[in-house]
Design a protein around this ligand. Sequence first.
Ligand SMILES: NC(=O)c1ccc[n+]([C@@H]2O[C@H](COP(=O)([O-])OP(=O)(O)OC[C@H]3O[C@@H](n4cnc5c(N)ncnc54)[C@H](OP(=O)(O)O)[C@@H]3O)[C@@H](O)[C@H]2O)c1
Length: 251
Amino acid sequence: MTDRNILEGKVAIVTGASSGIGRAIAEYLARGGAHVFLVGRTTAPMADCKALIEAQGGMADIVTADVRDINQVQAFINQAVASKGRLDIMVNNAGLEFPAKIMDADPENWRTMLETNVLGLLVGCKAAVQAMRACQAHGHIVNISSVSAQRNNSGVYGATKHAVNVISSSLREELEEDTIRLTNVMPGAIATNFARNFDREFVQQILNMADMDVEVQAGEHLPPGFWRPYNRKRDNFWEIPTMWPKRYSTR
Ligand SMILES: NC(=O)c1ccc[n+]([C@@H]2O[C@H](COP(=O)([O-])OP(=O)(O)OC[C@H]3O[C@@H](n4cnc5c(N)ncnc54)[C@H](OP(=O)(O)O)[C@@H]3O)[C@@H](O)[C@H]2O)c1
């Protein structure tokens, strides 16, 4: 659905491109003609994605990197600029959740969420803006937040996404006089591998609340066509939003 060539000559980086939303964004940007750098820790699915993009006539490179490491983030941005001479689009998408009550949680899981969802995104923003300024790009930063940032009881994961919203609105203000735009996306529930760190009971609870009559098994996908747009509030506790990004802000 992207017009081929609308992004011709543009260079994009997508973090968390080995799976789910990031992979879909990467394929979409490549269909528009951008050269896309796919970033993630797991090489094999990114190699599949690169092969698919190239089979469709697009251009992609893969970079195996961990966004929790500041030096690795700076390095893959430098690599993209060194190889293609510019950076136009930076999608800070890599993220994860370990759902748990604060009093039950493992602090190491908090560290992982904070370093991936917040620190990695922050360094990605700063290094990308520096690279875009250096090549005088009319650049675009896209930060993937979550609908969890709209609730005040969404735990440590929600706190990381509240942080993403504040980082996005603060940086957008700092870029007011720049040629770089910033979009903050707050997706609702989307069927990806995001539940990889969820326990089975938690996934079942989500499906039950969405009136989805299916029993989950670890490693299984939902039946095709089963995951449908849904939007309802129950007992002031949980909102199962539509499967597509519900709200976004841009300027
Ligand atoms: N799915 C949803 O319902 C939903 C809703 C709202 C917001 N979101 C947000 O959307 C984003 C993408 O999630 P998704 O649903 O597409 O989940 P996903 O399928 O699990 O994909 C997450 C991606 O992040 C990458 N990643 C995780 N830790 C990383 C690290 N330290 N360094 C580099 N890459 C890392 C993973 O790759 P590797 O493991 O290979 O590194 C993977 O490619 C996340 O920020 C998530 O918070 C998702």
